[in-house]
Design a binder for this molecule. Structure first.
Ligand code: FAD
Ligand code: PHB
Length: 359
C-alpha cells in the first residue's frame, strides 16, 4: 500500500488532520489500534473553543454540533461559598465555548471521512513506524491477521501520549519539558440534569471540584483526588457527599444527584516535546504535548498548539497542594479575588479560555 500521508491514530488530531488534507486534495490513510465502536464511545473532554467549532463548520462536519452543542457565554469561579461569573462574551467581543462531547466529535469526523470513501483501518495490531529519515517512511501493522506495509511521503504521529510514534524517535533527538502534579481528577458521568447552566470551577479547602455537563440530561463532575486514587474506595454515595461539600454555597444552592453511569481517575501532567518533527515523522496532539484538564484545552490543543501556560496557571489557581502553607492559601484566594473583581484579569482568563487566534 502507498499513500501521501500515513496517519497513526484516529483521535481528534488524526481525524481533523485527515479531513484538512482531504480538503487540500492530499491523500491519507488512518491506522487506528482500537475498533470504531471503542473510539466512538470513549468518554473524554467536552469543551470546544470557538476556533474548533469554526473549523468543524468549515470542514462540513458541524451539523449535529449545531443542533446538540450547548453554547456557554461564561463560567463560574466559586470560592469562599460564593460564585463569581466570568462573562466571556462581554470580555472577548462576543466569543463563547461550546459543550459537545469529544466522542461525538469523533463520530462526526469518522462519518465524514468514510462517506468520502477515504480509508480508516480500525483494530490494527502491532503498529510500528520505520525509515523515518528516508525518502519513503513506512507504517507496518497487521489487519485481520494479515501483515501490511504502508509506504508514505510523510507520517503523522497522532497516536496520543502512550502511542508508539514519539518513542520511535531516538531519545537524543528529543528534549522533554514536563511537570507532574501531586493530584488527579476523579470524574463521574451522571444521569442528572446539570445543576447550573454554566460550568463551575470550585476552589475549596478540601480540594478542587468541577461541575460540567454533556447535555441537558447528563452531568459531568470532577473532584481533585490523589494521583494514584483507587476508584474502588469511592462508592457513589461518597462521591456525591464530597461534591456537595466542595460545591456548597452560603445561599443554599442545590446540587442535583442522579445515577452514576461512568467513573474513573485521570492523571494530571504538563508535557511538551521539542522538536515535534523527526525526519518525515510529525507529532501532533497528545503524542507531542499534554496539558492538565483544568483549562479544558486537551482536545482543542490537538487542533491548535497554543496553551501550555494557561492550563498550568488555571490548575495552580484552583487546586490545593499538599505543600501549601497559610501564605499560599491566602495568595490563591487573593488571586481569585483579583480575577473575579478586575476586568483586566477576568479578560485574560476569558480570552485564553475561549481560545487565542490560531494564526
Ligand atoms: P487521542 O485522543 O489519545 O487519540 C490517539 C489515538 O491513537 C487513539 O484513538 C488511540 O487508540 C490511537 N493509538 C494509540 N496508540 C496507537 C498505536 N500504537 N497504533 C495505532 N493507533 C494508536 N481533555 C480535556 O480538555 N478535558 C477532559 O475532561 C479530558 N478528559 C480526558 C480523559 C482521559 C481518560 C484522557 C486520556 C484524556 C482526557 N482529556 C481531556 C484530554 C483529551 O481528550 C486529549 O487531549 C485529546 O484526546 C487528544 O487528542 P489526540 O488525537 O492527540 O489523542
Ligand atoms: C468536561 O466537561 O469534561 C470538562 C470541562 C472543563 C474542563 C475539563 C473537563 O476544564
Amino acid at each position: 500500500m502507498r499513500t501521501q500521508v500515513g496517519i497513526v491514530g484516529a483521535g481528534p488530531a488524526g481525524l481533523f488532520l485527515s479531513l484538512l488534507l482531504q480538503r487540500e486534495g492530499i491523500e491519507s490513510v488512518v491506522v487506528e489500534m482500537h475498533s470504531r465502536k471503542y473510539v466512538e464511545e470513549r468518554i473524554r473532554a467536552g469543551v470546544l473553543e470557538q476556533g474548533t467549532v469554526d473549523l468543524m463548520h468549515k470542514l462540513g462536519v458541524g451539523e449535529r454540533l449545531k443542533l446538540q452543542g450547548l453554547e456557554h457565554g461564561g463560567i463560574e469561579l466559586r470560592f469562599g461559598g460564593r460564585g463569581h461569573r466570568i462573562d466571556f462574551r462581554e470580555l472577548t467581543n462576543g466569543k463563547c465555548v461550546t459543550i459537545y462531547a469529544q466522542h461525538e466529535v469523533i463520530k462526526d469526523l469518522i462519518a465524514a471521512r468514510l462517506a468520502a470513501g477515504r480509508p480508516i483501518i480500525f483494530a490494527a495490531e502491532d503498529v510500528s513506524v520505520h525509515n523515518l529519515e528516508g525518502a519513503s517512511p513506512e507504517i507496518h501493522f497487521r489487519a485481520n491477521g494479515i501483515s501490511e506495509k504502508l509506504e508514505c511521503d510523510f507520517i503523522a504521529g497522532c497516536d496520543g501520549f502512550h502511542g508508539i510514534c514519539r518513542p520511535s524517535i531516538p531519545a537524543a533527538a528529543l528534549r522533554i519539558f514536563d511537570r507532574d502534579y501531586p493530584f488527579g481528577w476523579l470524574g463521574i458521568l451522571a444521569q442528572a440534569p446539570p445543576s447550573s447552566h454554566e460550568l463551575i470551577y470550585a476552589y475549596h479547602e478540601r480540594g478542587f471540584a468541577l461541575l460540567s455537563m454533556r447535555s441537558p440530561e447528563i452531568s459531568r463532575l470532577y473532584l481533585q483526588c490523589a494521583p494514584d486514587e483507587n476508584i474502588a474506595n469511592w462508592a457513589d454515595e461518597r462521591i456525591w457527599k464530597e461534591l456537595h461539600k466542595r460545591l456548597e454555597t452560603t445561599d443554599g444552592w442545590n446540587l442535583k444527584e442522579g445515577p452514576v453511569i461512568q467513573k474513573g481517575v485521570t492523571g494530571m501532567r504538563s508535557f511538551v516535546t521539542e522538536p515535534m518533527q523527526f525526519g518525515k515523522l510529525f507529532l501532533a496532539g497528545d503524542a507531542a504535548h499534554i496539558v492538565p484538564p483544568t483549562g479544558a484545552k486537551g482536545l482543542n490543543l490537538a487542533v491548535a498548539d497554543v496553551v501550555q501556560r494557561f492550563s498550568w496557571w488555571m490548575t495552580s489557581l484552583l487546586h490545593r497542594f499538599a505543600s501549601d502553607n497559610p501564605f499560599d492559601e491566602r495568595r490563591q484566594l487573593a488571586e481569585l479575588d483579583y480575577v473575579t473583581s478586575s476586568r483586566a484579569a477576568a479578560q485574560t482568563l476569558a480570552e485564553n479560555y475561549v481560545g487565542l487566534p490560531m494564526e
